[in-house]
Ligand binder design. Sequence first.
Ligand code: ADP
Length: 320
Amino acid sequence: MSHKIGILTSGGDAPGMNAAIRAVTRSALKRGMEVYGIIDGYKGLVEGKIIPLERGSVSDIMVRGGTILGSARLPEFKLEAVRQKAVEQLRSYGIDSLVVIGGDGSYRGALELTHMGINCIGIPGTIDNDIVGTDYTIGFDTALNTIVQAIDKLRDTSSSHHRCSVVEVMGNHCGDLALYSAISCGAEVVITPEMGYDEEEVLERLRYLEQIKKKRHSIVILAEKITDADMLAKKITSATGFSGRATVLGHIQRGGSPTPQDRVLATKMGDKAVELIDNGEGGKCVGIINNEIVGVDIEQALTSPKKSRKQLYEMFERLV
Ligand code: ADP
């Protein structure tokens, strides 16, 4: 079955999205499909910003962070009338299938479009690792590497000055970036939405480490949107023997050249997305589960419970 397929990136960008765009484009061309890139996500789709992609259009993009197609947010895409415009744009090009690279908001849009007759396949592209239908999302490993490099540098200067570094990392209500970086860096405290936050407990642990264990420095990893990093650092200064310093890593976590692991993951997922489309499937998203690339119903991915990290938290606590 020959197809014309579209591809877009949506929501927050993530390193590795370009590798996925390359894989989708080349895999689809190899299968005899025509490929169209949609600029600026659902917004560009509604506005008809659609360009043909050839093999050479995706040359040399693998190493680049961000997304060559651009991304945007369009809250109005929740309205059926707005989505209808998107469907009309796609139909005018003869495009009947769409690969959507993004997070769970983007998946919701993809599911709605599938209900309206456009077969959509989602690919999880977000540094936050907050999508349920996959063990890992594209961009998570790169962001984790960025965080770990930054914390390693902070550790050097912290230990010289008897400091406690409070490092705020991204995650958007998911503590994976915080937990994995805490494990990777041997942090003293990790604060995540999953485990909740008790300020007095944090201060007590730091006092113990400083006074009883005679630690010269310590690191607290704080997931975003829980408490103010600066305020916590000031409390640490006043309530423990450490001098607290806050570092909010911010958007540098979203940038940079993707790690080989993210490139490989993105490539496998892009190739799988095209295979699903070739099989006439829609309303699915690609995931990696127990190291196997699979297609999962978007509906199921959006409604399943979050992955449990209980064992990882217990291990972290054992090793502090
Ligand atoms: P992410 O995909 O990274 O989770 P957002 O939540 O911002 O990012 O979603 C990206 C875009 O997906 C939104 O700007 C909107 O266009 C579309 N979207 C989000 N939620 C829905 C929904 N319930 N129905 C249709 N489209 C949606």
